[in-house]
Design a protein around this ligand. Structure first.
Ligand SMILES: CC(C)(COP(=O)(O)OP(=O)(O)OC[C@H]1O[C@@H](n2cnc3c(N)ncnc32)[C@H](O)[C@@H]1OP(=O)(O)O)[C@@H](O)C(=O)NCCC(=O)NCCS
Length: 205
């Protein structure tokens, strides 16, 4: 367990607005089957935005069931990630993962996310990401959070727009997504930019 991580993980984050019935909780191995079921049902919805393994990259097998979940949980144990399941009214609705946690003089991380199409369009991802970032800046003691988005992903661009995150750069061929190296627009927020209401306070309901 790395310095600064123990106070932040594992954690359960509850939306203070009870009408959303939104909770972020740690992913567990027992989620593997449901994770796979939801992702199979949403394959067409997720495929254009899903991370893929570049040729020659070392992977421990296909991205299925327990393998992906175990990889995430291992990263969490090492203080490198916080993999949250999004629950809506107790149902598995998606995932928000704080990735690439760097400590030392950086204190930074990036966030990735997806939601079951059945729950899309309710503003739930902006609230989920806001909860996660507020947690990172609070107990997680991180300083900077980054989100990279493909320029074609208009739905995801709306999420960072709602969160009023600043666009700071453009990274050509940044990540291997849906089978090829894809350009990304880069957004970030540092703790100093966030007011007393936190990131959640930036979202009106
Ligand atoms: C990006 C994503 C997480 C947004 O989650 P969300 O909770 O639906 O976000 P919002 O409710 O704020 O909706 C964002 C936009 O998506 C569009 N949208 C909403 N519901 C939709 C639906 N059922 N189908 C398609 N698009 C929809 C709208 O343009 C909406 O913008 P608006 O609120 O101004 O109308 C979700 O679309 C998703 O999981 N997409 C696939 C995976 C992905 O792209 N992950 C992010 C990679 S960077």
């Amino acid at each position: 367990m790395r310095w600064g991580h123990a106070a932040a993980w594992p954690a359960r984050l509850v939306d203070p607005d009870p009408t959303t019935r939104l909770v972020l909780r740690p992913m567990a191995v027992r989620d593997a089957q449901e994770w796979m079921d939801v992702r199979t049902r949403n394959a067409d919805w997720l495929r254009p935005w899903d991370a893929t393994a570049p040729p020659g990259a070392e992977v421990d097998g296909p991205a299925t069931l327990k393998r992906v979940v175990r990889r995430l949980l291992r990263a969490a144990d090492h203080g490198e990630a916080m993999p949250f399941v999004i629950e809506v009214g107790g149902e598995f609705a998606g995932q928000v993962t704080v990735n690439s946690v760097v400590r030392g003089s950086a204190q930074s991380a990036s966030i990735g996310y997806w939601i079951d199409q059945r729950f899309a369009g309710r503003g739930l991802m902006a609230r989920s990401v806001a909860l996660a970032i507020d947690h990172c800046f609070g107990p997680g003691r991180l300083h900077r959070i980054e989100i990279g988005i493909r320029p074609e992903n208009s739905n995801s661009l709306r999420v960072v727009e709602k969160l009023q995150m600043a666009e700071y750069g453009y990274a050509p061929r940044y990540l291997h997504i849906s089978g090829a190296w894809r350009d990304h627009r880069l957004y970030a927020v540092t703790v100093e930019e966030v007011g007393p209401g936190g990131m959640l306070g930036r979202l009106s309901r």
